[in-house]
Design a protein around this ligand. Structure first.
Ligand SMILES: Cc1cc2nc3c(=O)[nH]c(=O)nc-3n(C[C@H](O)[C@H](O)[C@H](O)COP(=O)(O)O)c2cc1C
Length: 182
């Protein structure tokens, strides 16, 4: 029997404020092909997202994209991982029931022996509450800039913010997880 592969159009319309918290001892793991289509997910991923593994495999990762996430966050991620660099970030994800969960995520490129990128792997853990409190208004400003003037504007805003605080994107994010605000 053929299996329906879910896509963004299948994600819930009834977005709620119901948060599911990731346990401090748990990790959410997934692997994608080079386009971001899920090829592996662990059990915690299915529990947190509310989808079955059979629904997630083959679906693009944007199935769980939350509208509160600025586009520039994903652009930053893809720009880095395509260059075989690591990405760290805070991501608010959309659950199948319309609720959400926050993660502190790490994404890296998997390479073959010749250095070709063959897939991507992501591991996420529980973000600190202080980090989410700090990043939420920043994401809001970035989304507002995107709605008003497009992604170039939010990219500029993010870079200006980092320059103003004399930090880089990765240090900013890792410091936030440690409770250090710029
Ligand atoms: C390994 C890997 C893991 C990803 N994990 C997530 C995730 O948990 N949530 C998410 O919204 N996007 C994730 N993405 C990014 C998505 O591929 C996509 O860029 C993002 O959801 C924005 O989609 P859109 O541009 O279609 O709106 C991941 C990408 C990769 C390569």
């Amino acid at each position: 029997m053929s299996r329906k592969i879910l896509s963004k159009v299948d994600s819930p319309r009834n977005i709620t404020n119901h948060e599911k918290l990731l346990d401090a001892n748990d990790f959410i793991v997934s692997k994608t092909d080079t386009k971001g289509n899920i090829i592996y997910c662990n059990e915690i991923f299915t529990e947190m997202s509310g989808y079955k593994a059979s629904e997630l495999i083959g679906a693009n990762h944007n199935l769980i994209r939350h509208p509160d996430m600025p586009r520039v966050a994903f652009k930053t991620a893809w720009d880095l991982i395509k260059e075989k660099k690591e990405f760290f970030g805070f991501v608010k994800n959309l659950r199948a029931d319309g609720g959400f969960y926050w993660v502190f995520t790490y994404i890296t490129a998997d390479q073959d022996l010749k250095g070709n990128v063959v897939s991507y792997t992501s591991v996420r853990r529980k973000p600190t509450t202080s980090a989410i409190d700090a990043i939420t208004p920043v994401y809001k400003l970035l989304i507002d800039a995107e709605k008003r003037d497009g992604m170039k504007a939010s990219e500029k805003l993010l870079n200006d913010f980092l320059n103003e605080h004399k930090t880089g994107y990765e240090n900013f994010v890792i410091d936030l997880q440690k409770g250090i605000t710029p």
